[in-house]
Ligand binder design. Structure first.
Ligand code: ME8
Length: 542
């Protein structure tokens, strides 16, 4: 069984043939929210993202730009890294497939598969989708009229000497693996509809090429074969393993424990086949090789849908309709980074349907969930504490006092965890806002601003406001993976500034304490500060 106290999460590694766009930012932000959640609940977490460099389209684009593939890859890898840093993504490492560490590890794995007989030499005659860098089986090519399923461009006819992986011989082991995961209650592929598509395709799969000829030396050479490079997809899939296949003697430290915790791979549906069939089959093959017995299989592949434009077209580089870094910066400047994270991760295409990116919806969600709910509640409560208690957190009456007015608490943290555990970020975000909604109803019901007019009612008002602040503190803990900047500001204002350091300490296990009622000390100064999320008025903003 995987080790539940550790957590390993990955994003696809992105092609460096161009600059990052909204799709890349999306998957990376989702993985970041999930990584932060696991750190919050006390899991020792490793989060990996990065770039995929050895694609033919990278060397072709480099030639167009009059640059070497490496120089072009360096430039775009830096752009990805820079965007992710600016977006405060908390990845623990950044993959570059041109790094010496990765190249050496991939060569070792391929050598092991050559030695075991799972990789053999043959001839490939068939179809290739250059945009997706994907070999397309004849029946699929025919079905799609010899065009790419993703970008509609004509497929290329290829005839070359390749090394092949015996994928077909893993049909039964893979189906057994899927059945086992279903029986364990943690299906390997999510959502379920995607899992069913894959299981059907596994039943008819053939062996696949794992090398290419004529890449002009851009790629990892097949061991002992200077003319062939390892097919970019095999090179890329192995990143999930190479970057954690290190022991205590390595400068990267002992990371195998993260692999063994069972990786969770976030990807989009266009690359599911590689992750759901080829990847586990490669791992099944590798774990039979001497020295690789420790290689277990990932925990889950989560395949989301697409962000599409208003007209329903996939946002992509080749279609030129994506939100580029400048447009993304605009959102961050106007609404704040938290708002972008919150919107993308709670309103994005995590399920089986695509999501249209609509500026109107963005504003609506910003105003309803952030400005009018969390932001407004924090201001309201701090204002009342300022007005009636001189900015000091009042002490609540004892719960058995006749004047004690209880805020009805539900299982806020439990509900939130149940949704995170099945990667339902929409419901997890909603559950994190529940204490805020409960505070709003409590204020409506008790009307502390009316009670405060009567001096004798002050202890009851203090009781109401103590509970409101405490509920908002718990909300801020639950909201932190989505809104880290705003929550950290709020913590400073309520005397909980130390939380940020507690959470930076990976896997330190403060979850119980942070979500237990009654942590705030009466008498603590409560700062009002500026609105965490000022309401956005589209008309006034022009
Ligand atoms: O496929 N909506 O890289 P890539 C949502 N290098 N997500 C989107 C998206 C959209 N419109 N467009 C892109 C590759 N993405 C390979 C991966 S992994 C071993 C190798 C996201 O640069 C989504 O995560 O084409 C998708 O899977 C990924 O970007 C594809 O990035």
């Amino acid at each position: 069984m995987p080790d539940r106290s550790r957590f390993y999460v990955t994003t696809p590694i992105y092609y460096v043939n161009d600059r990052p766009h909204l799709g890349h930012v999306y998957t990376t932000m989702v993985a970041d929210v999930v990584a932060r959640y696991h750190r919050l609940i006390g899991d020792e977490t490793f989060f990996l993202t990065g770039v995929d460099e050895h694609a033919a389209k990278v060397s072709e684009k480099a030639a167009e730009m009059g640059m070497t593939p490496q120089a072009w890859a360096d430039q775009n890898a830096a752009a990805f890294r820079e965007v992710f840093e600016r977006l405060e993504i908390t990845n623990n490492d950044f993959v570059r497939t041109s790094s010496e560490h990765h190249k050496a590890a991939v060569s070792r794995y391929v050598q092991a598969l050559l030695d075991s007989g799972d990789v053999y030499q043959g001839d490939y005659v068939g179809w290739y989708d250059a945009g997706q860098e994907e070999y397309v089986p004849d029946n699929k090519a025919l079905q799609n009229d010899y065009k790419s399923e993703v970008n509609g461009k004509p497929l290329i006819r290829k005839s070359e000497k390749n090394y092949f992986f015996k994928l077909e011989s893993y049909r039964e082991p893979l189906l057994a693996f899927y059945a086992q995961r279903d029986a364990d209650g943690v299906p390997f592929v999510q959502p379920d509809a995607r899992r069913n598509e894959i299981v059907n395709r596994i039943k008819e799969m053939d062996d696949v090429p794992i090398s290419r000829s004529g890449s002009g030396g851009w790629g990892i050479p097949v061991p002992g074969e200077a003319e062939q490079t390892i097919y970019v997809w095999i090179d890329a899939l192995f990143n999930y393993l190479t970057f954690v296949d290190t022991d205590a003697d390595s400068p990267m430290g002992d990371r195998r424990k993260f692999w063994q915790a069972g990786a969770v791979h976030f990807i989009a549906k266009d690359i599911l086949w590689f992750h759901a069939a080829i990847w586990p089959a490669l791992l099944l093959a590798l774990q039979k090789c001497p020295g690789f017995e420790w290689v277990n299989l990932p925990r889950q592949v989560y395949s989301h849908s697409y962000w599409v434009s208003d007209s329903g077209q996939k946002m992509s580089k080749s279609l030129g309709n994506f939100l580029d870094p400048a447009a993304i910066d605009n959102y961050v400047e106007t609404f704040g980074l938290d708002a972008l994270r919150y919107f993308l991760s709670t309103r994005g295409p995590l399920g089986v349907s695509d999501s249209a990116f609509s500026p109107e919806l963005f504003i609506e969600v910003y105003n309803s969930d952030l400005a009018n709910t969390f932001g407004n509640s924090c201001s309201r409560v701090a204002n009342m504490i300022g007005k009636y208690f001189d900015g000091q957190l009042p002490a609540p009456l004892p719960a058995d006092d006749p004047a004690y007015l209880p805020l009805k608490q539900s299982d806020w943290a439990g509900e939130y965890m149940r949704h995170f555990e099945v990667l339902d970020l929409t419901r997890a975000g909603d559950a994190a806002l529940q204490p805020v909604r409960d505070v709003d109803s409590f204020i409506e019901q008790t009307q502390p601003f009316r009670m405060a007019k009567d001096e004798t009612q002050r202890p009851a008002v203090g009781t109401v406001l103590y509970q409101c602040t405490e509920a908002l503190r718990i909300a801020s803990v639950l909201l932190w993976p989505f809104l880290p900047d705003a929550c950290e500001i709020f913590w400073q204002r309520i005397g909980c500034g130390a939380y940020a350091d507690m959470l930076a300490d990976n896997g330190s296990g403060h979850w119980e304490q942070l979500t237990t009622w009654g942590q705030l000390q009466p008498g603590t100064p409560i700062e009002k500060g500026a609105a965490l999320f000022p309401r956005y008025d589209a008309e006034r903003a022009g």
